[in-house]
Design a protein. Structure first.
Length: 318
C-alpha cells in the first residue's frame, strides 16, 4: 500500500469496534506490500539484533543498533527499551528502517530520568507497551518543529511524571514502564478483544468519542506484531469507563484524514545508516509522519492533539 505526497489514501475503513471506552477502526487494503522486513520484537527475541550504549560513557539521546540478519530491520517509533544493559530505559523517537547486516545510531529519548547507572548485566528487552498516546503525539510535534529533528527530552519527562501521578504509580526512577506494570492486568482483556482481519494493515484508535491516533503498516503481518502495543498505549490513557457508548463513526475517521491531508508538511531524507524518506506533517490539530522506502509506505502514524472531538469543517476541507 502506498501513500503519496498528496496523501491519496487508498484503504477502506471498517465500522467501529468498542471495548470499555476504547474504540478501534480497522483499516484494510488488498494492495499490501510483500515486505521481507524483520520486526524489532522478533529480532530481539531471536538474537538477530544487538542494542547498546554508543560508547562506555553513553549518550542519553542515542543508542547503537546492529542488525545481524539478512533482512531489513524495522524499529517502530515509541517502542520502549528496558533493561540493565542500558544506563537507563529509552523510547525510540521515530520509526527507523535499518539495512541488512549493518550498524547504525538510533535516536531515542530517556523514559527513566532518575537512573543513569553502569551496565550490570546483558539484560535488555522491549516493553509490551508502546509509549502512551499523549507522549507519542507530543514527540511527533517536537520532531516536526525542531531544527535538529529531535524530541524535547524535558517534555517527555513531564509527560511521564504526569502519567505516574495520574495512575498513582510508584517509581523510584520515574520509569514509564512502572506505569504499565501497575495497570497490566486491567488492560490485557482489552488487548485480547481486538483482532485484525487478514486484509487489515492499519488501525485508528479512539477513547470515548474522541479519536486519538492512526497507524498504518506495510502489511498485515506488521500490524499483527504491533497492534497489542498500540492498544496498550491507548489503554494507559483511559480504560476505566465500561458502560460508555461511543458516538464515533467512520465519517470522523474521514475528517481526521482530511485534517492530515490539509496540514503543513516537510520531506526529509533518512539519516546516515538508515533507509527511506520521511514526510512529516503538523498543524493546529494534527501531527505525525510517514516513512517510505522505494515509494512504498513502511509506517504512517498520525495523532489528533489533545484528544479533541473531531471538529466539523467547511465544505472545501470535508
Amino acid at each position: 500500500m502506498s501513500i503519496d505526497k498528496k496523501f491519496n489514501f487508498n484503504f477502506d475503513i471498517a465500522q467501529p469496534i468498542q471495548k470499555n471506552n476504547i474504540v478501534v477502526f480497522f483499516l484494510s487494503s488488498k494492495e499490501q506490500m510483500k515486505d521481507n522486513f524483520l520486526a524489532f520484537p522478533d529480532a530481539l527475541k531471536n538474537n538477530l539484533t544487538e542494542v547498546g550504549e554508543v560508547n562506555e560513557k553513553g549518550f542519553v539521546k542515542n543508542l547503537k543498533v546492529t542488525n545481524k540478519s539478512a533482512q531489513k530491520l524495522l524499529i517502530l517509533g515509541s517502542e520502549i527499551l528496558v533493561g540493565n544493559k542500558l544506563k537507563q530505559n529509552r523510547v525510540v523517537d521515530e520509526t527507523t528502517l535499518i539495512a541488512e547486516n549493518s550498524t547504525t545510531t538510533l535516536k531515542v529519548s530517556c523514559c527513566e530520568k532518575n537512573r543513569w547507572s553502569p551496565a550490570v548485566s546483558e539484560n535488555i528487552s522491549l516493553s509490551e507497551t508502546l509509549l502512551f498516546s499523549k507522549a507519542r503525539t507530543n514527540n511527533a510535534e517536537d520532531i516536526y518543529n525542531s531544527k535538529q529533528k529531535r524530541v524535547d527530552q524535558f517534555r517527555v519527562w513531564n509527560d511521564i511524571d504526569e502519567k505516574i501521578e495520574e495512575h498513582e504509580a510508584k517509581s523510584f526512577t520515574s520509569s514509564v514502564e512502572d506505569i504499565y506494570k501497575k495497570r497490566r492486568s486491567n488492560v490485557e482483556e482489552i488487548v485480547q478483544f481486538f483482532q485484525p482481519g487478514d486484509n487489515d494493515i492499519g488501525v485508528v484508535l479512539g477513547i470515548d468519542s474522541c479519536l486519538v491516533s492512526l497507524d498504518v503498516f506495510s502489511s498485515n503481518k506488521m500490524l499483527k506484531v504491533y497492534l497489542p502495543g498500540l492498544i496498550r498505549s491507548v489503554s494507559l490513557d483511559s480504560f476505566k469507563r465500561t458502560n460508555y457508548k461511543t458516538y464515533l463513526k467512520t465519517k470522523d475517521v474521514h475528517k481526521f484524514l482530511r485534517l492530515i491531508e490539509h496540514s503543513n508538511r516537510r520531506v526529509y531524507k533518512s539519516t546516515t545508516g538508515s533507509l527511506g524518506d520521511y514526510l512529516r506533517f503538523n498543524d493546529t490539530l494534527v501531527s505525525g509522519s510517514v516513512l517510505t522506502y522505494k515509494t512504498q509506505t513502511i509506517h504512517f502514524s498520525g495523532f489528533l492533539k489533545e484528544f479533541s472531538t473531531t471538529p466539523e469543517y467547511k465544505s472545501k476541507v470535508a
